[in-house]
Design a protein. Structure first.
Length: 317
């Protein structure tokens, strides 16, 4: 088993040992797992945006989580609508530590009446699982769990949109309305926000500048360095994931202060090339850490430590 710090544990452990370690992950032992991690010097890294709560992991979600926790990769599973938000909470509550949940409706699921995007089978099992309206009271009830540490993902997504100008205006207005409902919930519950933004950074920046006092991260950042600097100036974090292997974000990676950077996978999507498999998962966030370290001329350990501290600070974990 490959470890974050480049160390290895014996590949063949007895079944009894594996059972003991797995029980420790679920909080059945408060002593064994911490000792295991200390002995093998495993560095903690937090994947601040994962979707192990999606259909892509329906057959092995807990195995993926167990594998991640054994290598000391913590996970924040992020909801995209009510069903996946609820699933994120259910998974988080199975573990004493290391697994957390964020709840919210992704902007592509906002019912606009003028545009209907295709369903992603990696996310939902069936179209009937999609919700038509954002019910703030249902999400507030989910947030009663102590494992809910953020609202999101929520925001603006203008990538797939209607063709006519009139329909586009309705489409954008409806997304903004639901987005403001999320911000209202975040303020009421005093939780940070995980922002999704695609082809809408100027719009999002304008909204955030007019609504001071929010905390959060711009997930899967794909904007310009100037836009990143404006987010940072307002106090927001920049989330970097496997998209950095697809787009040239080198200037952003080099110039954004490291104390404002979070690492994430967005699994099952955006798998780093070095992973060698199609489906992304939390342990592959190490390749994002590695890339950031190379571009900033820092050690892997420095980037891992700083981004972990950033995640703990923002999400209070």
């Amino acid at each position: 088993m490959e470890l974050a710090a480049g160390l290895e544990i014996p590949p063949k452990r007895k079944n009894k040992d594996r059972i003991v370690l797995q029980s420790a992950l679920r909080g059945e032992s408060a002593f064994i797992l911490p000792c295991f991690k200390i002995i093998f010097n495993i560095m903690l890294i937090i994947d601040t945006h994962a979707h192990v709560n999606f259909n892509a992991f329906s057959g092995d979600a807990e195995k993926v989580i167990d594998r991640s926790l054994l290598e000391n990769f913590w996970i924040i599973n992020v909801g995209s609508q009510y069903q996946t938000s609820r699933r994120a909470v259910e998974l988080a509550e199975k573990y004493k530590e290391g697994v957390y949940a964020a709840i919210g409706m992704h902007p592509i699921h906002v019912e606009t009446g003028v545009f209907k995007p295709k369903m992603d089978p990696e996310e939902l099992v069936a179209d009937k699982e999609k919700e038509s309206e954002f019910d703030i009271e249902k999400y507030k009830a989910l947030a009663s769990s102590k494992k809910v540490i953020a609202i999101g993902e929520t925001g603006l997504d203008f990538y797939y949109r209607p063709k006519t100008k009139t329909r586009q205006e309705v489409f954008k207005l409806r997304q903004r309305e639901v987005f403001f409902e999320h911000l209202k919930l975040a303020k009421e519950l005093n939780l940070p926000v995980i922002f999704h933004c695609r082809m809408a950074h100027d719009d999002l920046i304008e909204i955030l500048e007019k609504n001071p006092g929010l905390q959060g991260v711009i997930h899967c950042f794909t904007g310009t360095l100037k836009q990143a600097e404006r987010y940072v100036k307002m106090g927001f974090y920049i989330g970097l994931n496997g998209v950095i292997f697809k787009l040239n974000l080198d200037d952003v990676i080099r110039m954004v202060p490291l104390d404002k950077v979070l690492v994430e996978t967005d699994c099952p999507y955006l798998t780093p090339p070095e992973a060698g498999v199609k489906r992304n998962e939390p342990i592959f966030v190490k390749y994002v850490v590695k890339k950031i370290a190379e571009l900033r001329n820092l050690s892997y350990e420095e980037v891992a430590k700083e981004t972990c501290e950033n995640a703990r600070k923002l999400f209070r974990i």
